[in-house]
Design a protein around this ligand. Structure first.
Ligand code: ADP
Ligand code: MG
Length: 785
């Protein structure tokens, strides 16, 4: 019935998976669960959904569902498959958090793993689907892992109903024992593993003799050398994040320009920054007002909005997780528009131009699509990518791979949940995946910018599963709201006891759970195994309300409480601003002169945004709130933003997120009926007071107290402790950064969004609280041991 074009048919026949179609379809007809292992580029993602479609899995109103850990893959693969099948996006669609093009006619649905988890909360047996494909299972994304666990329980239920649901787990590596050899997950018979052997050409590995610090510079040199000295063929460079990618793209374009107009030189000249006179009013007496009368909290913690009736049996909750940072390469930085202009120099006429393209997951889909097209005549293709290009997207005609060996990871402290981005060595397995990208169509070369000794001694064999690396608060809350047993859940790789316990502790402090995990008497905490734990926690009504919002639990709580006093539009804006990284710029862009002056102006502007009274006490959070209002009021264009110290891209993302969140809330809880007014009138003093309490309610586990002079024993240490605070969870002090508008005021009690580490540990986005609020907002804080 499908009407594929001849060119597509020809291209498909070249894919190794095509010869396995029959074996795959037989295996899935005979088994509930199968595992397909196939080299990247063998055709798993694009072809298996088509096999299923042609075998009738999309008939009778049922869908074929495919999950991807990355948003970019969900979008790009749905487009590709639709194109290959000659079907529209109404039939082959995608859904990522807040965005999608599914219709009632959708037959093949690509989605992020978090979206499917949310669907299970609404439809526990996934009635709409005949088959689910978990793609890229080797990445061991936390949501994919949980989904496999849940699906292992849905499958027998569907089988018993006589309406079987099939599960296909697809992996690019052979390391699938966690799924196949795990009897808690799939009892006998074990799911069969089908292997797709892609014909791979030899890739010669070249190690650097020495491992140099500056891999960005090394990558640049290596790409230049390849381009100047080696035969034609595409280059693929692996770096860690968007900013690095953009930097290298710019540099390579400048070195091997496409066109040689002089005009582009002019673009970089920025007209003198007009001196802006700032009201210095705010500088005056920002001193503590000690006689302030005690204000009792007015935000009532038992007054929240919920999407559910009280006694709902199956609980609704959203994918609380995909914080903006789901994709590991999500990064801040240069706006892509900036690197648009190809080329500058006119002295490089003799060199072959290089067609340099960036690739990372927040790149808009049409830009991503460019990597699949052949480069312009007479140029060499060079793609500078993050690890998106490792397995989820296959770029044609790559002959040379340049591998930094690095990966950017969010590293969490298991107990405290403090997170930091770290650039570390990737695993041997991923380095080999990267190298493999060079041998798809012909023999290739991989240049590793590190020594073989480093590879052998310092690289881990495999990257660990995500679930063992990050806090699982969101997962625990979702599982609790779905009445799933957290302790005895069939995780492919179980989280450890400490992790479960600290997540439950944070959720308890947030008021989402009650009671605690009780270890069996007499077992020392270090020796506790899962079978020794009894989970006595249960989800509270507030916890259910929190789980209903498509955000991390703490932001869900802020929103759930904000229908009081009509605060929702403000909280939506605050939450949006808190989840988008680096809204405020630190250093001026494109300005040669007076960097210091500009920074000073920005700081004064921020002080004026903070305002006075409770507004000022809302602190850095008020600055975020006001800067959004100001940017929208001014039309929010790039020039205005950059002039006033705001990252333009962040402002546009916040606008989008506010709209999406507003729609989502109105959909979930029609009684809220909030309107989106982008410009937002400034808050009244009372609203600001209430917002301080709302912020406290969500950051209740992030309270800090100023270190007072009497606590410093050695007077010589005074300077060192100048901006120091004590937190509940860390031994060492944390500091109020100079970017905070509260520095001039040094309040005694604060809450912070999170802690980041540079040369010291700093608190991000700080708000002043009143200590007497704590007893009301966090009774658990005092009683928890
Ligand atoms: P796998 O999932 O096994 O890694 P894929 O199904 O993603 O393999 O890729 C199969 C082939 O389809 C690859 O050669 C890849 O280059 C090609 N392909 C995938 N997406 C596109 C696209 N958007 N445009 C052109 N070719 C594509
Ligand atoms: Mg794939």
């Amino acid at each position: 019935i499908l009407n594929r074009s001849e060119a597509i048919q020809k291209a498909r026949l070249k894919l190794p998976i095509l010869s396995e179609e029959q074996a795959i379809m037989e295996a899935i007809n005979e088994n509930s669960v199968i595992v397909i292992v196939g080299t990247t580029g063998s055709g798993k993602t694009t072809q298996v959904p088509q096999f299923l479609y042609e075998a009738g899995y999309a008939r009778n109103g049922k869908m074929i569902g495919i999950t991807e850990p990355r948003r970019v893959a969900a979008i790009s693969m749905s487009q590709r498959v639709g194109y290959e099948m000659n079907l529209t996006s109404h039939e082959v669609s995608y859904q990522i958090r807040f965005e999608g093009n599914t219709t009632p006619d959708t037959q093949i649905k690509f989605m992020t793993d978090g979206v499917l988890l949310k669907e299970i909360q609404l439809d526990p047996t996934l009635k709409k689907y005949s088959v689910i494909i978990i793609d890229e299972a080797h990445e061991r994304s936390i949501f994919s892992d949980i989904l496999i666990g849940i699906l292992s329980r849905i499958i027998p239920v569907r089988l018993a109903k006589g309406k079987p649901l099939k599960l296909i787990i697809m992996s690019a590596t052979l390391r699938v024992e966690d799924f196949t050899e795990n009897i808690r997950l799939f009892k006998n018979p074990k799911p069969p593993v089908l292997k797709v052997e892609a014909r791979m050409f030899d890739v010669t590995i070249h190690y650097n003799k020495r491992t140099l610090e500056d891999y960005l510079e090394e990558a640049y040199k290596k790409a230049c050398k390849i381009h100047r000295q080696l035969p034609e063929g595409g280059i693929l460079v692996f770096l860690t994040g968007q900013q690095e990618v953009n930097t290298l793209v710019k540099k390579l374009r400048r070195t091997f320009p496409m066109q040689k107009t002089e005009a582009e030189y002019e673009g970089s000249k920025v007209s003198a920054f007009r001196k802006r006179r700032c009201e210095m009013k705010q500088k005056r007496k920002l001193t503590a007002d000690t006689t302030k009368k005690i204000v009792l909290p007015e935000i009532k913690l038992d007054d929240f909005v919920s999407a559910l009736p009280d006694d709902a049996d199956m609980d609704i909750a959203e994918d609380a997780h995909q914080d903006v940072g789901n994709d590991s390469d999500l990064d801040l930085g240069d706006d892509i528009d900036e690197i648009e202009g190809h080329g500058l120099s006119k002295h490089k006429e003799l060199e072959q131009p290089m067609w340099v393209l960036p690739l990372y997951s927040v790149l808009p889909p049409d830009r991503q699509q460019m990597v699949f097209q052949p480069p312009p005549e007479g140029t060499r293709l060079c793609i500078v990518a993050t690890n998106v290009a490792e397995t989820s997207l296959t770029i044609p005609n790559v002959k040379y791979v340049v591998d930094s060996g690095k990966v950017k990871e969010k590293v969490y402290d298991k107990t405290t949940g403090v997170s930091m981005f770290h650039v570390t060595w990737t695993s041997q397995a991923s380095a080999n995946q990267r190298a493999g990208r060079a041998g798809r169509t012909a023999p290739g070369h991989c240049y590793r910018l590190y020594s073989s000794a480093v590879f052998n001694d310092e690289f881990q064999t495999f990257s660990p599963a995500e679930i063992q690396q990050r806090p699982i608060d969101d997962i625990v809350l979702i599982m609790k709201s779905m009445k799933l047993p957290v302790i005895n859940f069939p995780f492919p790789t179980p989280p450890d006891y400490l992790q479960i316990r600290s997540s439950m502790k944070r959720l308890t402090i947030l008021g989402a759970l009650k009671e605690s995990v009780v270890p069996i008497k007499g077992v020392p905490p270090t020796k506790i195994r899962r079978k020794d734990i009894k989970d006595l926690t249960y989800i509270t009504a507030l916890g259910k309300a929190m789980a209903a919002f498509p955000l991390a639990p703490r932001y869900g709580k802020m929103l759930a409480l904000s229908h009081q006093h009509s605060l929702l539009p403000y909280t939506v804006a605050i939450v949006a601003a808190l989840t988008i990284p680096e809204v405020l710029l630190e250093t001026p862009v494109g300005l040669q002169q007076s960097v210091k002056d500009t920074q000073k102006q920005w700081h004064n502007l921020r002080l004026s945004w903070a305002g006075v009274g409770n507004s000022r006490l809302l602190g850095d959070v008020m600055v975020l709130l006001r800067c959004i209002g100001a940017a929208e009021f001014q039309g929010g264009d790039r020039t205005w933003c950059e002039k006033n110290g705001l990252r333009h891209k962040a402002i546009t993302e916040i606008r989008k997120l506010r709209r999406q969140l507003t729609n989502e809330i109105n959909l979930l809880i029609p009684s809220c009926d909030i309107a989106l007014n982008p410009k937002m009138p400034p808050t009244s003093d009372e609203q600001a007071l209430l917002l301080r309490q709302i912020v406290l309610s969500g950051l209740i586990d992030h309270v800090a107290r100023r270190v007072d002079d009497w606590e410093i024993k050695d007077p010589a240490d005074k300077a060192k402790w100048k901006y120091a605070y004590r937190t509940q969870e860390l031994e060492e002090p944390v500091f109020l950064p100079s970017s905070s508008v509260l520095r001039v005021y040094m309040p005694q009690w604060v809450v912070y969004q999170d802690i980041y580490e540079t040369h010291k540990m700093f608190m991000r986005n700080v708000t002043v609280i009143e200590p007497q609020w704590l007893a009301v907002f966090a009774p658990e804080l005092c009683s928890f041991t």
